[in-house]
Design a protein around this ligand. Structure first.
Ligand SMILES: *Cc1c(COP(=O)(O)O)cnc(C)c1O
Length: 499
């Protein structure tokens, strides 16, 4: 008996692993012995044994139901994790993505049998291009970081086509970690520019960093402090004058939808996170999509195939004839199910709906910012209204009580809410980054502020309670370094360690 099994037998541990419940010969289904196998698998390729738990049907049902209850998700609790846009995703989008017409087609099918799918991609591309103010969009990348890498490869192809070898990509210190990594992976040297005391790009430092070596500037606007880079015109001019390109990290478009467009701000390349802004549930590494939009002069470098419409023959087709393309960045055409969800969402919302998303997302973030001004222990480092998210520093609380931003974040789990992002962006000490999103009610926002107030009070009265948090969750506080460096991800790994 393993340690966990012994605890479970004593009634102490309520989460037995499904393998621990297994008993030889127990069954959940019984197939008729004469159900014919449809495919004849060659004898040398068939498994002799397969280690699966042997369980009854109710045991399986309880197992998965229990797992779903141990999880925190936006369908269960308030999930204000900044930079990640965990908003409610309408179920109808999932339903249509799972419909037979979308889920049961094959990328190798003949074009005339998938005209609807091609039309959907064609239209989605045009909607996204309109939202970002660019001319064409590639739907292939599977994630935001994947889109960034494509963007950086486009930057390289562009400069190469002009016979220039530009080696540097400039990234502000407030940027998302993937920006630095994507630029480096594409072979560029990363030059970091600091933020000024207003939490925006320091224009003087940017001017000093820009040179004939500058390939591009990667910028997030509103930036990760939730602040709009109000000197964007000057920033764009500085980079363009030096011959560089502007890359827009559009992972979080909730704050700008229908209000401003990256293309109009001077950006040349934009990536979208369909799994943050456009209705695909995310987290845990599920399928996403990070389409990349470009201005006209970069179109020819985009990966193929692209979906085109033949007006004469009235049909959509895939155009593989792209001699200047950097080549494919992914198999086939992208995560099609995610594209279906985004398209459904855009049709549902319409232009006015998207504008309302931006207005409500920004209103909710500012509401929390103002309400939190009355909660002692937390401060906003940069004054003025924010966009879709707001970053607090728990430094005053730490000075007063020794309790850290991490302790506060973990304690929020006990209050039945997901933690905000903490210790990011790294330029704010004891950072708590809150993005309420547009899909929350005022009552939920008030409940969050009340919880923060109560937690600050707990920090003063019984700080040890916070250091031990979370205590009401299925799993207590993890050793985060160990969990990421030595993760135990399977029953086999666990068993090896438990022996
Ligand atoms: C989430 C995010 C990314 C990366 O997106 P992934 O899909 O996780 O790769 C990039 N930039 C910002 C600002 C983000 O919030």
């Amino acid at each position: 008996m393993t340690y966990r099994q012994a605890r479970w037998a004593r009634g102490e541990c309520l989460e037995p692993l499904v393998f621990e419940l297994s008993r030889a010969g127990r069954k959940g289904v019984s197939l008729h012995p004469e159900v014919p196998a449809r495919i004849k698998i060659p004898d040398n390729l068939t498994r002799r044994s397969l280690e699966l738990p042997e369980l009854s049907e109710p045991q399986v049902v309880r197992h998965y139901t229990r797992l779903s209850q141990m999880n925190y998700g936006v369908d269960l609790v308030f999930y204000p994790i900044g930079s990640c846009t965990m908003k409610y995703n309408p179920k109808v989008c999932d339903e249509l993505a799972g419909a037979e017409e979308a889920a049961c087609i094959h990328p190798h099918q003949a074009e005339e049998t998938v005209q609807g799918a091609l039309e959907l991609m064609y239209r989605l591309e045009r909607y996204l291009a309109e939202i970002a103010g660019v001319s064409r969009v590639c739907l292939q990348p599977s994630a935001g970081a994947h889109g960034e890498l494509l963007g950086m490869l486009l930057v390289r192809a562009y400069h190469k086509s002009k016979g220039e070898s530009r080696t540097e990509v400039i990234v502000p210190d407030s940027a998302h970690g993937t920006n630095f990594a994507s630029a480096a992976m594409a072979g560029f040297n990363v030059i970091i520019v600091p933020s000024n005391n207003r939490g925006r790009v320091d224009l003087k430092a940017l001017r000093a960093a820009v040179s004939e070596k500058t390939a591009a500037l990667m910028l997030t606007n509103p930036n990760t402090l939730g602040l709009f880079e109000d000197e964007i015109s000057e920033i764009a001019k500085t980079v363009h004058t030096a011959g560089g390109l502007l890359y827009y990290d559009g992972a979080n478009m909730n704050g700008i939808l229908g209000k401003v467009r990256p293309g109009d701000m001077g950006f040349d390349i934009v990536h979208f996170n369909l799994h943050k802004t456009f209705s695909t549930p995310h987290g845990g590494g599920g399928p996403g999509a990070g389409p990349v939009g470009v201005v006209r002069k970069l179109e020819k470098f985009l990966p193929g195939p692209v979906v085109e419409y033949d007006r004469r023959r009235k049909r959509y087709y895939l155009d593989y004839n792209r001699p200047k393309s950097i080549g494919k960045i992914r198999s086939f055409y992208g995560n099609f199910g995610v594209l279906v969800k985004a398209y459904t969402y855009l049709l549902m919302m319409g232009k006015e709906g998207l504008e309302e998303v931006a207005e409500t997302a920004v209103l909710n973030a500012n509401y929390i910012m103002r309400k939190m001004a009355d909660v002692g222990g937390f401060e906003v480092k940069f004054n003025g209204p924010c966009k879709h998210e707001v970053v607090f520093s728990a430094e005053p609380l730490k000075r007063e009580t020794g309790v850290t931003a991490r302790d506060v974040a973990k304690r929020l789990l006990d209050y039945g809410m997901h933690a905000p992002t903490y210790y990011f962006p790294p330029i704010v000490p004891e950072a708590l980054m809150v993005e309420p999103t547009e899909t929350e009610t005022k009552e939920e926002l008030d409940r969050f502020v009340a919880a923060m107030d109560e937690i600050a009070e707990e920090a003063r009265l019984s700080p040890e309670k916070l250091r031990a948090a979370p205590t009401a969750t299925a799993i207590g506080r993890l050793d985060e370094v160990k969990a990421s460096r030595e993760p135990i991800l399977s029953w086999k790994m666990y068993r090896k360690l438990a022996k």
